[in-house]
Ligand binder design. Sequence first.
Ligand SMILES: Cc1ncc(C[n+]2csc(CCOP(=O)(O)OP(=O)(O)O)c2C)c(N)n1
Ligand SMILES: [Mg+2]
Length: 380
Amino acid sequence: MTAPDARRSAPDSSAAPPARSGPGASTTARAAAARREAASGPPAGLSRERLLELYYFMRLTRSLEERLVNLYRQGKVIGGLFRSLGQEADSVGSACALDRQAGDFLSPLIRNLGSLLVMGARPADVLRQYMAKATSPTRGRELNVHFGDLERGFLGQISHLGDMVPVMAGITLTFRLRGERRVGLVYVGDGAMSTGAFHEGMNLAASRRLPLVVVAENNGYAYSTRLERQTAVARLADKAKAYGVPAERTDGNDVLAVYEATRRAVERARSGEGVTLLELVTYRRKGHAEHDNQSYVPKDELARWERDDPIDRYVAVLGERGWATADERAAADARVARELDAAVADAENEPLPEGATALEAVYAAPAAQPAAWYREAPRA
Ligand SMILES: Cc1ncc(C[n+]2csc(CCOP(=O)(O)OP(=O)(O)O)c2C)c(N)n1
Ligand SMILES: [Mg+2]
């Protein structure tokens, strides 16, 4: 077993970031990193504008979540608040590898705000959703991230862990049956990979060679449960063998590595070669949600991963390679601040739904059957 794997699977709470392009990365990922190093050019398909866009979306994701934390502390966020601090490269790098023009489609989880933004979700809508405003995509009927936008290419998730894998198997089967060359991408957490639904979905998608990319986000925890306490498999990519599909294991805090690995998987899917399981090794730097104080997380582990921050790492790469100037980055930061100032001002001032509308667009109207779960008001 390689050193980083040994650290990640040790029962002594000493999970550490994987060595960059080191033994924890797959052979293909290492070769790609070496090629990039040698050529000193950006990965295939990435212009300077696109490289800067990756930075913009990671910054937007982090800043939007910071605005949400402020609103949460003011009591303006109605439900739970889920952070993706430290996982921005995972969401942004993978979603950017899809081809939106071709109609590629993704299924996000609670920690994929970055993916939603890449697909075109508007920050104001995310804020409205968290504040349960009447103007939110679900018109105040849901309190955070369970909303979809079929035109922009993302599905409204359901909370049941693992269930989006069979759902996306079904959606990509539809692409196949209609003769469309579209690709689906589904995210699944390390915890969700231990569900029956994950297994059934993987098996279906693999046996039918569906055009699906399965992104396993190994962030070390499921709620307060460490990885090694809920699965005996140290490298989640190894689970691919059970389904007969190829896998790649990549440093999830390196946005370019994530982008490249996802692109390879998307190309395989589009050319009819079927499913790829992509393990992104990253870390959940906050608790499960804002209400969780992470008391079960060793402080030194957290400190080590803070030093592996995906945005800091990308800023260093952009500077060293001369791919973006400090001025260009500052302009992207200013754009993020400007857009979020406007989005927060809009969303905060909008109304909550009227109580009398609570049942609208929830049940069929007129009801097919009388509702058995609430009593009609007594008639006068
Ligand atoms: C089938 C099922 N069991 C339990 C839960 C409760 N639950 C919600 S999120 C979560 C942890 C998820 O961990 P992981 O899949 O690793 O994703 P992460 O939160 O780390 O991104 C649990 C146990 C659920 N939603 N569905
Ligand atoms: Mg997890």
